[in-house]
Write a protein that binds this ligand. Structure first.
Ligand code: COA
Ligand code: AMP
Length: 626
C-alpha cells in the first residue's frame, strides 16, 4: 500500500499529533503531552514537557526488556587486527562505569565534555556516558589538527576532554595525546581533566594531576545512574564548517533527536530491532553520531564500529568482508568510499569472495551520489542503492526513499522525496517559490521537524543570520537544487563556500584565512575542484606581495603545510598555484565560479560581463591545466 503520501501530508498538516505518536516508540520518564512550542528564535522546541535519558533509551531500556544478551556493538579494526563484541548488558555496564568516572571528576548535567577519539568502542562509550549524566558531548573528528581542537575547546568550554593515546590510519600510528596537549596549550579555556584511553600500540605520557588514565581510574569508581533530562536539554554540540574560520557548534536537543532517529531507522532505513547496521563513517561526523551510535542502539539493533578504510585495510573487499562476517542488513557510507572501492577493484573481484545474502540495502550520503557510482554499486552488488540527503544541521535525513513505508523507483541523481516532517521548497533568490524543474535554493518551510539543530552554541544571532534570515519563514539549507515533475528532489551542490572532500565538509573560507596569514600572500582564493575519488578537493590560488622573492614552489609547499598544520591532514589541500592576477568583478569580488570552471577544464566557460580584466582568463586556464 502506498502510505507515504498520507504520512507525509499528516506530518505537515498535524505535526504535533504526528510526532507525539512517533514519540510513543521511546521510553520516557515523563511522556510529553505537548508536541511543539515556538521559541524566540522563530523555530520550534519539541516535546517541552517530556523527560527522558538518551543512554537509558539506547541501553537500559533494552536490557530491561529482554535484549541484554543481544549484541549491541561490534568493533572491527583491521588496522589493529582486533574484533570485539559488546552485548547490550556489557555496553550498559561499561557506560555506567565510565559515567561514574566522569561524575567523580565533577561532570554533571549541562557540563560540556569534548571527545577527541579514533574509531574505538571507547568513543561510543564516552558519548553514551555523557548522555547518561545529561552532560553535553562535543566530539571532534580525529583528523583535525590541534588548532581546530583548541577552537572547539574555547567555544564549548568543556570540564573534561576525553581522548585516546593514538589513532591508526591504515599503517600509520597517529599519536592523539600530543595533539590534545598542544590544543590545551593553545586554548584560553583549558579543561580541568583529560581522560586518556591507553592503547597498547602507543601509550601516551600523562601529566599529573591533569591527566587521568581511563583504565586504571575505572577500578575505583562506582557506576552512575541515568540523569533525568528534559527533551529540550542539549545532548551534544557538533561543530561543522561554515563560511568562515569559526566553526558552527550545531546544538542537538535530546527528545526531538531521539524521536527523529527512531522514526528514521524504521522509515528511511527499514532497520528492525535485532538487525545489523554497518555505517562506515566516523563518530566525529554527524553520520557517526546518528547511525553508528544513537540510531541503531535506540532501535535495539546491532551497530558496527569499523576502524578501517574501504580500501587498503587490507583491500577493496573490506566492506564486503564485514557484511558477510556479521550478517549486515544495511550498509551506509559516503559515495567516495564506493568510488575508492571501484578504483581499486573495478571488476569487483573481491566482492565475489563474500556472501552478501543478508545485505538488503546500501545507503549513501555526505555528498552527491554521482550516477556512475550508483550504477556500479548496484550492478556489482545486485542490491538496491539509495541516495539520501541530509546535513549536520538536520541530524537525520531530509530527503530519502521512504522504504520503510513505501518504496519509490530510484532516479539516479536524486535523493528521492522529502522525508515526513520536511516541507521542502525551491526558492528563487528573492524568496519566491519556483516551479518544478527550476533550479534554486533548497529551503525547508518552518517549523523544522524534531531532531534538527535548535541553535548554534552560544550564538543565537549566528543561527538566525546563517539559517533563518535569508528566507523569512524558512530554514535555508545552503544547498541548491530542484524538484522534478514527480516531486523528486535533486541536490546539485552548495551555494556557499562549503566544499565536500571525501564526504568531509570543509570551509574554503577558513583555508583562505590561513593562506592570507602568510606574510608573502597579498591575495588569495580557495576553490573546490572536481576530483574523481574525493568528489571535490580544495585548490588554492595566491598572488604574492610586491617585492617578495620566494619561488612559487617553495611558497606553495609552505602554504600546503600551513593548512595541514592548522586544519589537519583531512583538509587535503595539496595544490596552491601562485598566479599574477585573479578574475574579479569591477567591484572587486573574486569570480569563484569562473575559477572553478577553469580548474575543472570546463570547455563551456562563460565569462561574466562584469569581469574587470578578461585578459587574465586565458592565462589562468593555462596555469590551472598544468
Ligand atoms: N585521524 C587522523 N587522521 C585522519 C583521520 C583520522 N580519523 N581521517 C583521515 N585522516 C588523514 C588521513 O590519514 C590522510 O592523511 P595523509 O594526507 O597524511 O595521507 C588525510 O587525513 C586525508 O584522509 P582521507 O580524506 O580519508 O583520504 P584517504 O586517502 O586516506 O582515504 C577515502 C580516502 C575515500 C578512502 C576515505 O576518505 C574514506 O573512506 N571516506 C569515507 C567517507 C566518510 O567516512 N565520510 C564521512 C561522512 S559519511
Ligand atoms: P555534512 O553537514 O557534513 O553532513 O554535509 C552536508 C552537506 O553535504 C549538504 O549540505 C550537501 O551539500 C552535502 N550532501 C550530503 N548528502 C548529500 C546528497 N545525498 N546529495 C547531495 N549533497 C549531499
Amino acid at each position: 500500500m502506498n502510505t507515504y503520501p498520507h504520512e507525509y501530508e499528516s506530518s505537515l498538516q498535524q505535526p504535533e499529533s504526528f510526532w507525539l505518536k512517533q514519540a510513543q516508540q521511546l521510553h520516557w520518564f515523563s511522556e510529553p503531552k505537548q508536541g511543539l512550542q515556538r521559541n524566540e528564535n522563530g523555530t520550534a522546541d519539541w516535546f517541552v514537557d517530556g523527560e527522558l535519558n538518551m543512554a537509558f533509551c539506547a541501553l537500559d531500556y533494552h536490557v530491561d526488556n529482554g535484549r541484554g544478551e543481544q549484541t549491541a556493538l561490534i568493533y572491527d579494526s583491521p588496522v589493529t587486527q582486533t574484533k570485539q563484541t559488546y552485548s547490550y548488558r556489557e555496553l550498559r555496564e561499561q557506560v555506567a562505569h565510565f559515567a561514574g568516572l566522569l561524575k567523580k571528576h565533577h561532570v554533571k548535567k549541562g557540563d560540556r565534555v569534548v571527545i577527541y577519539m579514533p574509531m574505538i568502542p571507547q568513543a561510543a562509550i564516552a558519548m553514551l556516558a555523557c548522555a547518561r549524566l545529561g552532560a553535553v558531548h562535543s566530539v571532534v573528528f580525529g583528523g583535525f589538527a590541534p588548532h581546530e581542537l583548541a577552537v572547539r575547546i574555547d567555544d564549548a568550554r568543556p570540564k573534561v576532554v576525553i581522548t585516546a593515546s593514538c589513532g591508526v590510519e591504515v599503517d600509520k600510528v597517529i599519536p592523539y595525546k600530543p595533539y590534545v596537549d598542544e590544543a590545551i596549550r593553545l586554548a584560553s579555556a583549558p579543561p580541568q581533566r583529560v581522560i586518556v584511553w591507553q592503547r597498547e600500540i602507543c601509550e601516551a605520557e600523562l601529566q599529573t594531576p591533569r591527566d587521568v588514565d581511563w583504565q586504571k581510574a575505572l577500578a575505583e569508581v562506582t557506576p552512575a545512574e541515568c540523569a533525568v533530562v528534559k527533551a529540550t536539554d542539549p545532548l551534544y554540540i557538533l561543530y561543522t564548517s561554515g563560511t568562515t574560520g569559526k566553526p558552527k557548534g550545531v546544538v542537538r536537543d535530546t527528545g526531538g533527536y531521539a524521536v527523529a532517529l527512531r522514526y528514521s531507522m524504521a522509515t528511511v532505513y527499514g532497520v528492525e530491532p535485532g538487525q545489523v547496521m554497518f555505517t562506515a563513517s566516523d563518530v566525529g561526523w554527524v553520520v557517526g553520531h546518528s547511525y553508528i551510535v544513537y540510531g541503531p542502539l535506540l532501535t535495539g539493533a546491532t551497530t558496527i564500529l569499523y576502524e578501517g578504510k574501504p580500501v587498503r585495510t587490507p583491500d577493496g573487499g573490506a566492506f564486503w568482508r564485514v557484511c558477510e562476517e556479521y550478517g549486515v542488513n544495511v550498509l551506509f557510507s559516503a559515495p567516495t568510499a564506493f568510488r575508492a572501492i571501484k578504483k581499486e577493484d573495478p571488476e569487483a573481484r573481491f566482492l565475489q569472495l563474500y556472501s552478501l545474502t543478508k545485505l538488503e540495502r546500501i545507503y549513501m550520503a555526505g555528498e552527491r551520489l554521482d550516477p556512475p557510482t550508483l550504477e556500479w554499486t548496484r550492478e556489482m552488488t545486485g542490491k538496491p542503492v539509495y541516495d539520501h540527503w541530509w546535513q549536520t544541521e538536520s541530524g537525520w535525513p531530509i530527503c530519502a526513499n521512504p522504504v520503510g513505508i513505501t518504496e519509490y523507483p530510484i532516479k539516479p541523481g536524486s535523493s528521492t522525496l522529502p522525508v515526513p516532517g520536511y516541507d521542502i521548497r525551491i526558492l528563487a533568490y528573492d524568496g519566491t517559490e519556483l516551479e518544478a524543474n527550476q533550479q534554486g535554493a533548497v529551503a525547508i518551510k518552518l517549523p523544522l521537524p524534531p531532531g534538527c539543530l535548535t541553535t548554534i552554541w552560544g550564538d543565537d544571532a549566528r543561527f538566525n543570520a546563517g539559517y533563518l534570515r535569508e528566507f523569512p519563514g524558512y530554514y535555508s539549507s545552503g544547498d541548491g537544487g530542484y524538484k522534478d515533475d514527480d516531486g523528486y528532489v535533486f541536490i546539485m551542490g552548495r551555494t556557499d563556500d562549503v566544499i565536500n572532500v571525501a564526504g568531509h565538509r570543509l570551509s574554503t573560507g577558513e583555508m583562505e584565512e590561513i593562506l592570507a596569514m602568510d606574510p608573502a600572500v597579498a591575495e588569495c582564493a580557495v576553490i573546490g575542484v572536481a576530483d574523481e575519488l574525493k568528489g571535490q578537493v580544495p585548490v588554492g590560488l595566491v598572488i604574492v606581495k610586491d617585492g617578495v622573492t620566494i619561488t612559487s614552489q617553495v611558497l606553495s609547499q609552505r602554504l600546503v603545510q600551513r593548512v595541514r598544520d592548522e586544519i589537519g591532514a583531512v583538509a587535503c589541500l595539496r595544490q596552491v598555484h601562485v598566479v599574477p592576477r585573479l578574475p574579479k568583478t569591477r567591484s572587486g569580488k573574486i569570480l569563484r565560479r569562473l575559477l572553478r570552471q577553469l580548474a575543472d577544464g570546463d570547455s563551456q566557460v562563460t565569462i561574466p560581463s562584469t569581469i574587470d580584466d578578461p585578459g587574465c582568463v586565458d592565462e589562468l586556464r593555462e596555469q590551472l591545466s598544468r
